[in-house]
Design a protein around this ligand. Structure first.
Ligand SMILES: Cc1ncc(COP(=O)(O)O)c(C=O)c1O
Length: 409
């Protein structure tokens, strides 16, 4: 089964937008286009339901029901219970709140393992726990490949470690980390696991229940939705960590780690992401299956399409002497988030690509630690990042390859 690209693109108003014609979007890892179902739900909420939700009048009841629908349907796709999913302002904010909770639960002398592969959001807040006497151990990437080796993690684990934090895949290295294997190692040592899924989830919502981590975070503005941070916290951990919300909400798991409260309209609009998964499933398959199975099917469709598009790009850049491809050159083990270290600063090259109708960026992408560990001058040069998703067309890939031929020496 191949993904129907024309159908996919018909679900995104950006592809019909006159001002974007001829512009090929390759900064999807920064934030994706939004699907029509999400835009329609957001508009409906703001025009028809923009009142305090959960009060006993129609507009309010409908608004509250849509917020609940988003949580229920997205959690079902992710393979977890509805109250194990909560919505915060962003992944950075969600991680910050979680770090406060761990800081209150842990004793001085206990340890947290972080990586130098992560975006700063899933490493900086945890490292600050050192101020409370908590030991921070760094699981380091290989400076050549940028990859994390699970054997190195084993050497860092002992009975002091309460938490292991790592990315499902890094936003510059792109290599997909073996979450099941790493989680099993951490759990066997008695530690909880926090996975930053921000760079992975746009390429297919994972079955988090099956993957096994205690925490899984991602950002819906990169998964075709509005600007929210979605956070799965499995019940055993969520009940154990000290409540960070209002005291009278402590018995509601989905409120315990969102002290800011929900953005009503955006949470409601997240149900549009589930609409999109359903639309893709219904267009490509017929069997009546559970939401988690629908999610898995759509995940695999997206991945297959992306791997096909990605390999020629990797081959083209790997063949250039002036370019260092960050991360693996085999499309099947990585996300289509391709960072290139160049001889010169990356941002002016992105500006040149813009004259060819390529929307891409250059810089450190808040992965300063990973780039520095790989010997890239994150501050002065950074990397050129070319990131796409299942909705990218063959023609856009050709446009990119032609433009790269022109701007890269
Ligand atoms: C891998 C990764 N983790 C975390 C974040 C932070 O997400 P948010 O912007 O929702 O705080 C980003 C944002 O680019 C990211 O790429």
């Amino acid at each position: 089964m191949m993904l129907d690209s024309a159908f996919v693109r018909s679900q995104f108003p950006a592809f019909q937008e006159p001002s974007l014609q001829g512009q090929a979007f390759f900064e999807n890892a920064g934030g994706s286009y939004t699907c029509g179902a999400v835009i329609d739900r957001l508009t409906r909420f703001y025009t028809q339901r923009k009142v305090q939700p959960y009060a006993p009048y129609d507009a309010s009841l409908l608004g509250g029901a849509e917020m609940d629908e988003a949580r229920t349907r997205m959690s079902a796709i992710l393979g977890v219970d509805a109250d194990e999913l909560s919505f915060g302002p962003s992944t950075t904010q969600n991680t910050y709140v979680l770090a406060q909770a761990f800081g209150q639960m842990m004793q001085a002398g206990e340890a947290v393992i972080v990586t130098n592969q992560d975006h700063e959001a899933n490493t900086g807040p945890w490292r600050r726990l050192a101020d409370r006497g908590i030991e921070i151990r760094e699981w380091k990437i290989d400076p050549e490949t940028g990859e994390l080796n699970p054997e190195d993690l084993e050497n860092l684990l002992d009975d002091k470690v309460r938490l292991v934090c790592f990315p499902h895949c890094s936003n510059v290295v792109g290599h997909i980390n073996p979450v099941v294997e790493i989680t099993a190692l951490a759990h066997a040592a008695g530690a909880f696991v926090c996975v930053d899924g921000v760079s992975y989830a746009p390429h297919g919502f994972p079955d988090v229940g099956n993957l096994g981590p205690d925490i899984y975070l991602f950002s819906s503005y990169k998964t075709y939705g509005p600007h929210q941070g979605l956070m799965v916290i499995r019940r055993a951990l969520g009940d154990l960590l000290p409540n960070q919300g209002h005291f009278f909400n402590a018995d509601k798991l989905y409120k315990r780690f969102t002290p800011a409260g929900e953005d009503h309209a955006q949470q409601a609009a997240c149900a549009g992401m589930a609409d999109y998964v359903d639309a893709l499933y219904d267009h490509h398959a017929e069997d009546a299956v559970s939401p988690t199975q629908r999610g898995r099917f759509v995940h695999d469709l997206m991945r297959a399409r992306e791997v096909t598009l990605l390999q020629p790009l990797l081959d083209a850049v790997a063949a250039r002497n002036s370019v260092r491809l960050i991360g693996p050159s085999d499309a099947s083990v990585r996300a289509p988030t391709v960072a290139l270290a160049l001889e010169d600063a990356a941002e002016p090259v992105a500006a040149k690509l813009a004259t060819h109708g390529i929307m891409a960026g250059g810089g450190d992408f808040y992965a300063v630690r990973a780039l520095s560990a790989m010997g890239v001058d994150a501050e002065n040069k950074g990397v050129l990042r070319l990131s796409f998703t299942h909705y990218t067309s063959d023609a856009e890939m050709d446009q990119l390859l032609t433009a790269l031929d022109d701007v890269l020496s």
